[in-house]
Design a protein around this ligand. Structure first.
Ligand SMILES: Nc1ncnc2c1ncn2[C@@H]1O[C@H](COP(=O)(O)OP(=O)(O)OP(=O)(O)O)[C@@H](O)[C@H]1O
Ligand SMILES: [Mg+2]
Length: 243
């Protein structure tokens, strides 16, 4: 199985909504880690609208790590999102994130172990370039998915972004043809755009703000399911990761 890390170069293109949507549609056991140093419990406050009590966040993982209990804590503190998906919520804010620096390498190793045990891992890294960006988690990823929209400022920011990693980096395009096609974007950013998700604000608001699901369409959900299946399949085949 594989570790996929999602990040962005500018704006708020939809990293968290996409990571959550992929986790909810993932065809296998999957752990979503919210490692965005900006914090603010985007998923608990957004998708769950503050209605769910959670057993712990990365901060409790950090304490467990200090006491030598990281492996068990990852299992015990994860909040169940569905039958197959669970979530480790992120820090409350940048100050807390700054204190997590010594957790990242140990957690990175733990996530790699989980992927070898058959669990896929998705990491929301927040934006590239943040002071407390979790570089060790990014380095642990088999692939980095650079989430972006298709307008010129977004494409220009991705083209200019420095990605301090050796892992393969692919584009994940939200709203192709608004106005640039995936093909045009790929040629400008000089990276493959391997996932395209439709522009679907109402459906996205289910994931980002806990809005009720629209009654029809569900084109984003279908595309997320297809993307999740492709990424999971890639994790078994192209990445050469053992199933
Ligand atoms: N496929 C989509 N179509 C339309 N709107 C989307 C889509 N995906 C996400 N959005 C919207 O984009 C906005 C930002 O989403 P989200 O919070 O996931 O972005 P982010 O990249 O994680 O931002 P930040 O860097 O601030 O954490 C939200 O209003 C969300 O509903
Ligand atoms: Mg986010």
């Amino acid at each position: 199985m594989a570790v996929y890390a999602l990040t962005s170069a500018s704006g708020s293109p939809g990293v968290t909504a996409t990571a959550l949507g992929l986790a909810l549609e993932w065809p296998n056991q999957v752990l979503l880690v919210d490692a965005d140093p900006v914090g603010g419990s985007a998923i608990l406050a957004g998708y769950y609208r503050g209605t769910v009590a959670h057993p712990g966040t990365l901060v409790e993982l950090w304490s467990a790590h200090r006491q030598g209990g990281l492996e068990a804590a990852v299992r015990e503190l994860a909040l169940r999102l569905s039958e197959t998906a669970s979530l480790i919520p992120g820090p409350a804010g940048a100050a807390q994130a700054g204190g997590l620096a010594d957790l990242w390498p140990a957690l990175a190793a733990q996530l790699r172990v989980l992927s070898q045990l058959g669990v896929d891992v998705l990491i929301d890294l927040g934006r590239l370039g943040h002071t407390h960006f979790a570089t060790p988690l990014a380095r642990a990823a088999d692939e980095l998915l650079l989430v972006m929209r298709s307008d010129l400022p977004a494409v220009a920011a991705v083209a200019a972004a420095e990605v301090p990693l050796e892992a393969p980096v692919r584009g994940l395009l939200i709203g192709p043809n608004r106005p640039y096609t995936a093909h045009a974007v790929a040629s400008v950013i000089k990276r493959e755009v391997s996932v395209s998700l439709p522009w679907a604000p109402e459906e996205a608001a289910v994931l980002s703000h806990g809005q009720p699901e629209p009654k029809r369409g569900l084109k984003l959900r279908k595309a997320l399911r297809q993307a999740a299946e492709e990424l999971h399949t890639t994790s078994i085949t192209a990445l050469g990761v053992s199933a």
